[in-house]
Design a protein around this ligand. Structure first.
Ligand code: HGY
Ligand code: MN
Ligand code: MN
Length: 417
């Protein structure tokens, strides 16, 4: 029988990780392989060792903390998440799943209950696209979608490549090809994460069980018009790159609002106006597009529709629009058997729950390509995330850990799903 997860353990770990932060004056920023993120990695590895876990890292910095089972030759059960953040983030996105996984393994170890399969808590490298513009680098590499060659092309804002950073940090790139995980090498994976939406809070529910993880398609859009004088250029003579960009953004929003899938979002989050001067008509604008959908087909349809509308805007406004695709990821349907195990864990403990879609993507989106996955959500206050206002009560995370620990233990004793 497992004891209850301790909210104070979870709080201590999260608050300590949060001290590794490059913007303490405004939220939390822990960008991949910067000083605070490296320090946070070392702290988490130390805490894993204190729990009695065997700790290792692969060549892209995925960290594995292993609680060895009675039959360690069997495929292990995984849990885990990420410790890197977006700029000026909160302290729960990712951390809840890493710390929650550590607390779950502590409970299982403390209980002395027998289990066959080893259980591993993973810190996946760079779930956020913050430094290199591409998300889920560690889990993407595990799924075989990021090669050593790709790391030579991923550059940060200073022109440093991921490959050069990995080399500088002493990662053995000769073993990069050992990162991909084959089907069957992992038995199952369950990630705990804050919901990053307000559905659980609105329904007054403490736990969510995720049935589908939406996947992102990201573009950089370059609009080229004609830079000219803000006063001397008559309205009918302009080729205003910013006005054209705004029209594209509004059409994108309208297409997302009308999308037929169960969950779809579209966001323009980053805009660069050139020359960005008060009395100059912008000649060039570069902006990001982030589209999420729980269905790949409706995401493709939306993008095709958007491209048609962009062609019309080019003709009407005399601008050129370039769409540079960064990634086009596939939504992940979670495993029915694991969903039932999570449901039963909630019901056995009298914990009310809802089954839901995750609008945010997670490492489980890629992990699900080589092993069955599911996720446990805990409520986000006011649905806010990717913000210093992000908050989840530690006792809510502890309840999610109770469900997680029970489910991991059941999976660790299963012969097959
Ligand atoms: O953007 C996302 O969905 C994730 O939180 N990085
Ligand atoms: Mn995030
Ligand atoms: Mn996250």
């Amino acid at each position: 029988m497992l004891n209850r997860a301790k909210a104070e353990n979870i709080q201590n770990w999260i608050e300590k990780i949060n001290t590794y932060n490059s913007t303490p004056e405004f939220g939390t920023t822990r960008v991949l392989f910067t000083e605070p993120e490296i320090a946070a990695r070392e702290y988490v590895k130390d805490e894993m060792r204190k729990l009695g876990l065997a700790v290792r890292e692969d060549s892209i910095g995925n960290i594995f903390g292993t609680l060895v089972g009675n039959n360690p030759e069997l495929a292990p059960v995984w849990t885990g998440s990420h410790i890197d953040t977006v700029l000026n983030a909160g302290m729960f996105d990712g951390m809840a799943g890493v710390v929650g996984g550590m607390e779950a393994l502590r409970l299982i170890k403390e209980s002395g209950v027998n289990f066959d399969r080893s259980i591993e808590v993973i810190v996946y490298t760079s779930e956020e696209p913050t430094r290199f513009g591409l998300c889920c680098l560690g889990s993407r590499a595990m799924a075989g979608h990021l090669t050593l060659e790709d790391t030579k092309k991923l550059e940060d804002k200073d022109g440093k490549t991921l490959e050069s950073v990995l080399k500088e940090l002493g990662y053995n790139l000769n073993k990069f090809e050992d990162i991909p995980v084959k089907k069957g090498e992992v038995f199952a994976a369950v990630e705990l994460h804050v919901e990053q939406n307000n559905k659980l809070e609105k329904k007054g529910l403490p736990v969510g069980i995720v049935k589908t993880i939406c996947a992102p398609t990201n573009f950089t859009v370059e609009v080229t018009g004609c830079q000219s004088h803000a006063g001397g250029t008559s309205m009918e003579d302009r080729r205003d790159a910013y006005a054209a960009s705004c029209e594209i953004a509004l059409i994108l929003e309208d297409l997302a609002l009308k999308c037929s899938s169960e969950y779809n979002t579209a966001t323009v989050g980053r805009v660069e106006v050139i020359p960005n001067a008060v009395n100059v008509i912008p000649g060039k604008v570069r902006f990001s597009i982030d589209i999420r959908d729980c269905e790949f087909e409706t995401k493709v349809e939306l993008i095709e529709e958007l491209k048609k509308e962009i062609r019309k805007i080019e003709d009407k406004r005399g601008v050129q629009v370039k769409l540079i695709n960064e990634n086009n990821d596939i939504p992940m349907k979670c495993d029915a058997t694991i969903l039932n195990i999570l449901r039963n864990s909630c019901e056995d403990k009298g914990i009310p729950y809802d089954v839901m879609i995750s609008g945010a993507y997670h490492d489980s989106m890629f992990v699900g390509e080589f092993t069955p996955v599911a996720m446990v959500f805990v409520p986000s206050k006011n649905g806010i995330s990717h913000s210093p206002e992000e908050w989840t009560d530690f006792k809510d995370i502890a309840l999610g850990v109770d469900v997680l620990a029970k489910s991991l233990l059941e999976l660790a004793n299963k012969k097959e799903l």
